[in-house]
Design a protein around this ligand. Structure first.
Ligand code: FMN
Length: 190
């Protein structure tokens, strides 16, 4: 099968990412924005990296407070998640959109409606041409009881959705196709 060079689309391209809602404090008030650019980057202590455009008010808030939250919405929250990415705290107060609670970090507002919430303390801020990459240590994780199986978030219950780019579409998870660190074992030679 031929490989097609699609580098012209490279600006908009990301592999599929989990769609989340970033929480921060902007001028002392909770603020939320849709965030698709995040990944786990360290095992112990657990760390996440998020990439936030310098033009977003959330970026200013995180630079100021060095704290943020990652909230995982379920698929019935597609519209409100998208909305947080369409309007900015510059013009619109998003603090009342959700029921907010706090864990141990005072500037990392957590969204009660989201089944999973992570509190992060910034350990490094990397300035890139258009974005900041914030590396956050995960200092607390909260989850709805109904979203857990054996004490861990269960994707079947959390019902997260993912973002594809450049087509800019949200997708629900499909079927489970295998167990990681297991399925390949039969192919090992030794
Ligand atoms: C689906 C979706 C995903 C987004 N992902 C990101 C992202 O990963 N990083 C980012 O800087 N902006 C992202 N945005 C844009 C911000 O959410 C948007 O600019 C928002 O209005 C910023 O709000 P604020 O100024 O209140 O911080 C995304 C927007 C949408 C709709």
């Amino acid at each position: 099968m031929a490989k097609i060079n699609i580098s012209d689309n490279i600006f908009a391209f990301v592999p599929i990412t989990t769609q989340t809602i970033l929480g921060s404090h902007v001028q002392g008030k909770a603020n939320f924005m849709a965030l698709g650019w995040l990944t786990r980057i360290n095992f112990k202590p657990p760390m996440l990296a998020i990439c936030v455009n310098k033009g977003n008010r959330s970026c200013d808030g995180i630079l100021e407070n060095k704290q943020f939250s990652i909230n995982v919405p379920s698929k019935d929250m597609v519209a409100v998640t998208d909305y947080t990415g369409l309007v900015s705290a510059r013009k619109t107060d998003k603090s009342g959109l959700f029921e907010v609670f706090y864990g141990q970090l005072e500037a990392a507002p957590l969204i009660r409606e989201c089944p999973v919430n992570v509190e992060c303390r910034v350990v490094e801020s990397v300035e890139l041409p258009t974005n900041y990459c914030f590396i956050g240590e995960m200092v607390g994780v909260h989850a709805d009881e109904e979203a857990l199986t054996d004490g861990a978030p269960d994707p079947d219950k959390v019902k997260p959705f993912v973002l594809s780019m450049p087509d800019n579409r949200f997708w629900a998870l499909g079927e489970c196709v295998g167990k990681a660190w297991q399925e390949g074992k039969g192919l090992k030679q030794d």
